[in-house]
Design a protein around this ligand. Sequence first.
Ligand code: UDP
Ligand code: MG
Length: 348
Amino acid sequence: MMAKSTVAELSRPLDEIGALPKSIEKPDVRKSMLSVITPIYGEEDSIDLLLADLLPVLRNLGQDFEIIAVNDGSRDSSLQVLRSASARIPELRVIDFRRNYGQTAAIMAGIDYAVGDVLITIDADLQNDPEDIPALLDKLNEGYDVVSGWREDRKDKAIRRKLVSRIANRLISSISGVRLKDYGCTLKAYRRDVLQGIRLYGEMHRFIPIYASWMGARTTEISVRHHARQYGRSKYGLNRIAKVVLDLMVVKFLDRHFVKPIYVFGGFGLFSLVVSVLSGLTVFYLKFVHDISMISTPLPLLTALTFLVGFMSLLMGLLAEMLVRTYFESQGRAAYFVREMINFPEQK
Ligand code: UDP
Ligand code: MG
């Protein structure tokens, strides 16, 4: 999360971002254990169909797998359906939340409890197609760490969903510098190690590829199938857009400035103080050179306001610095992530 990446670096094509030298050997994902994570909120009619689609695909791969279904406080019979399915299917693991915490929290829990080396997230509502999983894995095996699905032919309401999401995707793409066409698609595959230390809140599951890329992951996108929702309804309305935009600001801020918040707050504070001084000087200049009364312009007000705001920002910056120290030092966290250590004595 804290990987330093300059703007110039991020505006290069996706493949090159934080790219590892291609020669670095990565484990064959076709031999790794897979964890398929699916968030479930009120999908009682879809679960059995999803499992019926998913299981043959996973069994055909001939590798170890688990399916982690996270029941996100469903109010229908989803839990019962999952419970009886888990009696039949030993690979199905179910996490039952006490209440509805949202899709991001459900995915986060799945990541926390998954034991696979490769993680795949998929919606439970049958809108994603499990048949696309082998293609995702093949792409990972080309040396990528994150492969994201792109719903090229998206089957959702045209204007309300597709147009808005196109604009949102453009925005996220340009702000984050990680160029994907479709962040919102849940069907994605990751190599476990790029999710090290990741913590997701709010609507942030769609930003996992961004975090991962900032941490040096090679990220790419492939076209996947998309189906119209058969059962139940979408759990989201238009207010998701505002949440996504706000979350994007948080992500951007955390990546760049989490370790040094004083640069943001202090930077703004200093700017504000400079404006204050300039406007104060102008007041005196107007008074003594042009004999214009101090209170005939709004400048004194501007001087006072910018002075206050600037000063407060500096103080908030200091406060934020204290918070950052509490965060890192109380939890024994480091402000960096290590990819590999060579010739060190046995590490835990
Ligand atoms: N979901 C969830 N918790 C929520 C909302 C949704 O676990 O609070 C799950 C839902 O069951 C589905 C997936 O997240 O498997 C995507 O939700 P939905 O289909 O409503 O989103 P859309 O496809 O409309 O973007
Ligand atoms: Mg859906």
